[in-house]
Design a binder for this molecule. Structure first.
Ligand code: DC
Length: 221
């Protein structure tokens, strides 16, 4: 099968990470979590960094270098050679990531890093703008979607499994802010690429979503 890049986009809590990992496992290729890149930048720069002027952000960005190692569920993103800190997974840092993701120099910097990884490694690339902006030439593009209630409950269960205390209503409110911000920003807003297949993850469990994607890939390969 001649698969180079499969893009998997969608809003917060839609189940992209679980599907992307399983898909990468099944195909024996790497998995790139671009949300983790935005989260790491937000966490490294700290709260309020999105207010900094561009000339302060650029030198800080130039000190960061992301690498991807491993295959399938064992794919691991490294920042300057080190694993990403678990703290990036909180909803609060997710919101910081959404703020910093509005800034064009941040997006440009990460886009270049993502494209450099994609040039050398077959990938399942997960994010908001993988099919629309970063890998517009990708052969297979999927966009996962679900209601905010389904997504908030999923995030709540995930955070509980990681033993991170969270409150369902607060998560729903934070996801609503992020949705609004990610969909309405002027650069690379969250929206399906015109040639992406849209899948509602509220209607099928993860195995159903995976089976649908694998079916499309095998029929078109
Ligand atoms: O997928 P996630 O929840 O880990 O992403 C965190 C935030 O990062 C998300 O709210 C918006 C931003 N993001 C983005 O703008 N573009 C991407 N490709 C991935 C994430």
């Amino acid at each position: 099968m001649n698969i180079t890049i499969i893009t998997l986009d969608g809003p917060a809590g839609v189940g992209k990470t679980t599907v992307a990992r399983l898909l990468a496992d099944r195909l024996g290729i790497s998995y790139l979590d671009t949300g983790a890149m935005f989260r790491s930048v937000a966490y490294t720069f700290g709260e309020g960094a999105w207010e900094l002027p561009v000339d302060k952000l650029v030198p800080q960005l130039n000190r960061l270098d992301f690498d991807l190692e491993g295959v399938g569920g064992n794919s691991e993103l490294l920042l300057n050679g080190y694993p990403l800190p678990p703290e990036i997974r909180s909803e609060e840092v997710g919101l910081w990531a959404s703020h910093i993701a509005r800034i064009p120099v941040v997006r440009d910097f990460l886009r270049r890093n993502q494209q450099a990884i994609g040039r050398t490694t077959p990938l399942v690339a997960e994010g908001r703008d993988m099919g629309s902006v970063v890998f517009p030439e990708a052969r297979f593009k999927f966009f996962l979607d679900a209601s905010i209630e389904v997504r908030a409950k999923r995030r709540f269960d995930q955070l509980r499994a990681m033993e991170m205390e969270e409150d369902l209503e607060r998560i729903q409110a934070q996801i609503r802010i992020r949705d609004d911000q990610d969909r309405n920003r002027s650069v690379a807003p969250l929206r399906p690429a015109p040639d992406a297949l849209i899948i509602d993850t509220g209607l099928t469990d993860v195995n159903g979503v995976l089976a649908r994607i694998l079916d499309v890939i095998s029929r078109q390969s």
